[in-house]
Write a protein that binds this ligand. Structure first.
Ligand SMILES: *Cc1c(COP(=O)(O)O)cnc(C)c1O
Length: 445
C-alpha cells in the first residue's frame, strides 16, 4: 500500500468530499521552503494560498524556525491561569503597539473559530454585567465567514458551510452586505459612499435594543470568494455601533498582519473595533494560536471581587502556548526589521498589473479584484450579465486540478480563483504562477 492509500484508509480530510480523492489522491508533502511545497516524489508546488491563508513569510523561514527551536528547549507549555511567561508578555507588548488604538487586553485561544466564540461570549457578558441583559443577539453580514464551531458558524452566512446545521445554530440578524462586483446601486467600490450600508442601518434601527454586537470581516470577505468592499462601509459601521451602543467585533483572522497592504484591514478605515480577532498569520502559519483583543472598557466590566461572579470563565487548554508565542514574536520582528510590508506593497502593484494584463480580457473573467497581495479572479458564464456558471460544472475545481498538475496550488472558492500568497513572494514567482493560471483557465474554458 502506498502512502496516499494508507492516508485514505485512516484520514478524514477537512472541507472535502472524500470520494473526490478517488480521482485526486492526497498529495503527500515531505518538506517546504519559501513559496514552495515539495512532495514525497520531489514534485514542487507553489503555495499561493499560503496553506489556507496562514503562511505569512514563506515556509520554513530560518529565523522563525530558530525562534521555535530555542523556545522548545526552555518551556514547551504551561498552564496559563495564574502562570505566565516571557514570550506571551512580549507578544502582547509588541502587538499593543501596532494594533488599532485602544485594543489593550489580550485573551488567548487556540484557533480562529475559538477566538470568535470568545469574542461573542465576551460581548454578551459585557452587556449582561453593565445593565443591559436584554442585549443578547448578534448582527452579521450576508456571505460572512467566521469559522466552523457552532457559535462561529451561526454568525457565518455562507450556506455551503452552514445550511445543514441551521437547526443547531443561533438566531442571527442577517444584513445584506456589500456586493461590489454585482452592486445593487450600480456604483464602484473605489468611488462610492456605501449606499448599501442602508441595510445595516435598518437592522440597527429595528433591533439594536436587543443586540450586543455586530461582527464583520473588514474589507475582505474571504470565504465568500475574496469579496472586497471599501473602507467607507467600515467607517459607517463604527459610527452606527457607537450610536446604538452595540459592540463592533472585527474578524481580522484572515486580513491581519499585512495581507491587505496595511498591518490590519481596520487601518484602511482608521477605525478601532471593541474586539478584534486574530489568528492565521499571527504565528506566521507555524502553530495554532489566536487572540481576542479588547478594550479597557470591556475588561473593566469583568473586574470585580470574586464573589460578584463577573469573571470571564472561558479557557482553552493551550491558551498562550509559548512555542506559538515565540513564533509570533519572531514574525513581528521580521516584519519590522526586514521591511516586509513596504516590499510586499511594491510587489503587489506588479502582481495586480500582471493579473489584469494577462487575464482581464478572457471572455469568462468577470472581474479581477485585489487588495494588498490578495487577488481574486471571478469566472462567470457570461461577462455582460455576470451570470455565474452552474456550480455542478465545478469549473473552479477543474482549473484547480490542472494547476496542481503544473505545480501551483490554485485552490478556488467556487468559481473564484485567488492568490493569497506569502508576503515574501517575488516577481519571478508571480510570473510563473500567473502563466500557469492563464494556461489552466485556457485549458478548461
Ligand atoms: C479561517 C478563518 C476563521 C476560522 O479560523 P480557524 O482557525 O480555521 O478556526 C474565522 N474567520 C475568518 C475570517 C477566517 O478566515
Amino acid at each position: 500500500m502506498n502512502l496516499a492509500q494508507k492516508d485514505l484508509q485512516h484520514i478524514w480530510h477537512p472541507c472535502s468530499q472524500m470520494k473526490d480523492y478517488e480521482d485526486l489522491p492526497p498529495i503527500i508533502i515531505d518538506h517546504a521552503k519559501g513559496l514552495y511545497l515539495y512532495d514525497v516524489h520531489g514534485k514542487r508546488y507553489a503555495d499561493v494560498v499560503s496553506s489556507w491563508w496562514c503562511n505569512l513569510l514563506g515556509h520554513c523561514n530560518e529565523r522563525i524556525n530558530n525562534a521555535v527551536k530555542n523556545q522548545i528547549d526552555k518551556l514547551e507549555h504551561v498552564i496559563f491561569a495564574n502562570f505566565s511567561h516571557t514570550p506571551a508578555i512580549d507578544l502582547c507588548d509588541r502587538l499593543s503597539q501596532i494594533l488599532p488604538a485602544g485594543l489593550t487586553k489580550f485573551l488567548f485561544t487556540d484557533n480562529g473559530s475559538s477566538a470568535i466564540e470568545a469574542a461573542m461570549k465576551m460581548s454578551f457578558q459585557y452587556h449582561y454585567q453593565t445593565g443591559n441583559p436584554q442585549k443578547t443577539r448578534f448582527i452579521a453580514l450576508s456571505d460572512a465567514y467566521h469559522g466552523e464551531t457552532v457559535g462561529a458558524l451561526s454568525v457565518g452566512g455562507v450556506d455551503l458551510y452552514s445550511r445543514i446545521y441551521k437547526p443547531m445554530l443561533l438566531d442571527i440578524i442577517r444584513v445584506n452586505g456589500p456586493d461590489c462586483y454585482r452592486c445593487r446601486y450600480g456604483q464602484h467600490r473605489d468611488s462610492c459612499q456605501a449606499p448599501c450600508f442602508a441595510a445595516a442601518e435598518q437592522a440597527f434601527a429595528n433591533y439594536a435594543d436587543t443586540v450586543c454586537a455586530f461582527i464583520a470581516e473588514p474589507l475582505v470577505q474571504g470565504a465568500a470568494g475574496m469579496k472586497i468592499y471599501p473602507p467607507i462601509y467600515l467607517k459607517k459601521l463604527r459610527q452606527a455601533c457607537d450610536q446604538y451602543k452595540v459592540h463592533l467585533i472585527v474578524d481580522e483572522i484572515a486580513t491581519g498582519f499585512g495581507r491587505t497592504g496595511k498591518m490590519f484591514a481596520c487601518d484602511h478605515a482608521n477605525i478601532s473595533p471593541d474586539i478584534i480577532c486574530l489568528s492565521k498569520g499571527l504565528t506566521g502559519g507555524y502553530l495554532p494560536m489566536a487572540l481576542a483583543v479588547t478594550t479597557q472598557t470591556v475588561y473593566d466590566a469583568f473586574y470585580a471581587d470574586y464573589s460578584e461572579g463577573k469573571a470571564f470563565m472561558h479557557s482553552h487548554t493551550y491558551s498562550g502556548n509559548p512555542l506559538a508565542c515565540s513564533a509570533a514574536n519572531e514574525v513581528l520582528a521580521i516584519m519590522q526589521e526586514e521591511c516586509i510590508l513596504e516590499n510586499s506593497n511594491k510587489n503587489a502593484n506588479y502582481f495586480r498589473q500582471l493579473i489584469s494584463d494577462n487575464l482581464i480580457n478572457h471572455k469568462h473573467v468577470g472581474e479581477t479584484r485585489s487588495i494588498g497581495l490578495i487577488n481574486a479572479i471571478e469566472l462567470v458564464a457570461d461577462k455582460s450579465s455576470k451570470q455565474p456558471f452552474d456550480p455542478k460544472q465545478r469549473i473552479g475545481y477543474q482549473i484547480y486540478k490542472k494547476a496542481l498538475a503544473k505545480g501551483v496550488v490554485l485552490r478556488p472558492l467556487g468559481d473564484v480563483l485567488y492568490f493569497n500568497p506569502p508576503l515574501t513572494i517575488n516577481r519571478e514567482e508571480m510570473d510563473f504562477v500567473i502563466q500557469v493560471c492563464k494556461e489552466c483557465i485556457g485549458n478548461v474554458l
